[in-house]
Ligand binder design. Structure first.
Ligand SMILES: CC(C)(COP(=O)(O)OP(=O)(O)OC[C@H]1O[C@@H](n2cnc3c(N)ncnc32)[C@H](O)[C@@H]1OP(=O)(O)O)[C@@H](O)C(=O)NCCC(=O)NCCS
Length: 135
C-alpha cells in the first residue's frame, strides 16, 4: 500500500483496489502504470483473488479503468501483458479491442506471455458504443 501511494504521488501509476459489497478486504487490484518516456501511454495490469474469478468482475474493472484512461486521462494507447495460459485475461483484452503485438518469455519464471496494445480511437469507440467484439 505504501509503495502504491508513493508511485501515485510520483505520477508513475494509479492503483485501484477491487472491492465487493459485503467483503471487508480488497479482492483484487487494477493498475495503470505510466510510461517513463511517453506521457500519453500506460500499461494496464489486473489481478483478482482466485475465489472471485468467473463472475465478470475482471471485465467490469477493466471496462471502468479503460474508460478512465481514455476519457479522463486522454491516453493515446494502453498496453497490457498476460500469461498465455490465462485464458480469462486474454479474453478480457480481446473483448475490449486490444491487438496482439508479440509473444515473449518472461525471464523471471520462463513463462510464455503475450503483449497487447489498444489505441484510444478503437478503445473509446468500443466503450462509447458499449459494443465489445465477440460478446
Ligand atoms: C484475469 C482475471 C482478473 C479474470 O477475472 P474474472 O473476473 O474471472 O474474469 P471475467 O469473469 O470477467 O471473465 C472474463 C472472460 O474470460 C472468459 N473465461 C474465463 N475463464 C476462461 C477459460 N478458462 N477459457 C476461456 N475463457 C475463459 C469468461 O467467460 C469471460 O468471457 P465472456 O465475457 O465472453 O463471457 C483473473 O483470471 C486473474 O486475476 N488472473 C491472474 C492475473 C492476470 O492474468 N492478469 C492479467 C494481466 S493484465
Amino acid at each position: 500500500m505504501a509503495r502504491s501511494r508513493q508511485r501515485f504521488a510520483d505520477g508513475k501509476a494509479i492503483q485501484w483496489s477491487i472491492d465487493q459489497a459485503g467483503v471487508s478486504d480488497a479482492i483484487g487490484t487494477i493498475t495503470l502504470t505510466f510510461g517513463a518516456t511517453d506521457a500519453k501511454a500506460a500499461a494496464l495490469g489486473f489481478v483478482l483473488a482466485r475465489a472471485h474469478w468467473g463472475h465478470g468482475l475482471g471485465s467490469e474493472a477493466a471496462r471502468e479503468v479503460l474508460r478512465y484512461a481514455f476519457e479522463t486521462v486522454a491516453l493515446e494507447q494502453v498496453s497490457a501483458e498476460a500469461a498465455a495460459r490465462n485464458f480469462a485475461s486474454l479474453r478480457i483484452l480481446a473483448k475490449f479491442g486490444f491487438k496482439h503485438i508479440e509473444s515473449f518469455i518472461d525471464e523471471s519464471d520462463g513463462e510464455r506471455c503475450e503483449r497487447f496494445a489498444l489505441d484510444a480511437d478503437i478503445g473509446s469507440s468500443l466503450l462509447a458504443s458499449n459494443a465489445t467484439p465477440g460478446c
